[in-house]
Design a protein around this ligand. Sequence first.
Ligand code: SF4
Ligand code: SF4
Ligand code: SF4
Length: 261
Amino acid sequence: MTTKVRLIDVSKCVGCKGCQVSCKNWNQLPATPTEFSGSYESPPDLFPNTWSRVKFNEYADSDKVKFYFSFFSCMHCSDPACLNICPVKAISKDSLGSVKVDLGVCIGCGACKGVCPFNVPRIGNNKMFKCTLCSARVSNGMASACATACPTGAISLGDADEKIAEAEARVAELKKSGFANARIYGKDELGGLGVVYVLTDAPDKYGLPAEPKVSLADVYFWKVALGPVKTLATVGLAAGALSGWLQMRKEEIRKEQEGKE
Ligand code: SF4
Ligand code: SF4
Ligand code: SF4
């Protein structure tokens, strides 16, 4: 199966939250009551029972409020830090590109949350929860629940090459229409993400890190906390040694996954 990309074109988003509700509905996730905090954004964060949400990034524009809406969920990274750190190999990436957690194996240690460059995983009842890219739907030829619900076509799912070409064409169109800062996000970041955005302005305006990075300090912390590489800490090896360990771990996971296919 070809790797899929979820394309999010924020220039088409009207902030209706249909995607958010559809995600809850398909995954049978209960609603969590929230209190009005002065923003229309709700819920204010991801939670174990909220795997996607629409950010209402607000800016003052003369005497008006300007919203930069953006759907946010797991980025399904091509080289996921969460998968690389998990001490019990509960996380895997399938041929669609979906990064998934096996709840039967997860021990809820939180290392995946600690190293994720987008702060996506949430821990509840000693298990990790996040978006699955609706892999059960997508592997059966359906669109993800969020894309199915979106009334404006702001979210769509398709083969990676096609979606990236579509994003590039859309950015060119937006630039011609006066959005000088329009750009793609997710095509090159961290070696390519499973979620590609068409943005009308800089990433930080949409609450996205301009240059997402996996923090080696966080990886180091978690490896020490998790125990198996305690020797790295005691002999005081530096970031180079840790990078070497990570490469070894990635290779091990790649071989294991090849063996499963
Ligand atoms: S965004 Fe975070 S949780 Fe999602 S695949 Fe990347 S590292 Fe893992
Ligand atoms: S909480 Fe721990 S065991 Fe569970 S998926 Fe994350 S890193 Fe793996
Ligand atoms: S359903 Fe579409 S238009 Fe509505 S908030 Fe989600 S992405 Fe935006």
